[in-house]
Ligand binder design. Sequence first.
Ligand SMILES: [Zn+2]
Length: 270
Amino acid sequence: MSDFILSRRDNKSKSKTSKLNEIFSNWQGEKENWLFISPHDDDVAIGSGILLQKAVSEQINTTVLIATDGQMGYCSETQIANIVEIRRTETINSFKELNIENLEWLNFPDGNLNSYMGRRRALEDDYGSIYDHTGLQNSFTYYFRKLKPTRIFIPTGEDLHTDHKIVFQETLISLFHATSQIWPELGPSLEKFPEVYEMAVYCDFNGLPDIKIECSEQIFQNKMNAIKSYESQKNIIDKLVGKIQSGGPVEYFRDIRFNLYSAAVYQDVF
Ligand SMILES: [Zn+2]
């Protein structure tokens, strides 16, 4: 039996497969290049720890982009001074469990992404500075143009955590920047708009998911070990591990379809 079983909700025959190219639309073969965006270091292991292992098994170039530095994640006073370094080590150990090596940190302040929405000139010693500018739209546009992902996966914008909501909305607007001519110092514009998917971390999707992936017990245990690697994050370990374990070896993903306004949409309503 295969370690992975995939299915699509809109597939009328409900047939299952072990191959990504039979599930993900507009498959680009060897050009497939996946980017997972994690507001905090632990989100992607929780929401996509199974899919990440499947991507690795099909030798898809896969990168994880971590938006924040984790500075607000201390659970004891002794951790305040070095929580960023502690979490950096835990993150590397976690992704080793999933065989993911390509990790990039944007280094924005954990819990304070609202101060880094948009793009502005960076101040001296500012967070997340690239080409003398800072802000999530600056960093995302730069990395989207640099990495040229064919698919992007992000935690759903339904999550209540402000950092998650901001990363979600800044990712989507940055895709429009990355495919346009604006801010040329951040790299040549993307030729193609990537496919974008939501993963579930803390809250339900705003609608039904489209893709389901199930896995073997071994693959599931790798995911659980990846999550447990964040030993400093007592809130995750204590509250979430049991829930994820009892949820079983399955993950869901939802296609994000961009609906740009056109007056024609409402023509027949009146
Ligand atoms: Zn998070």
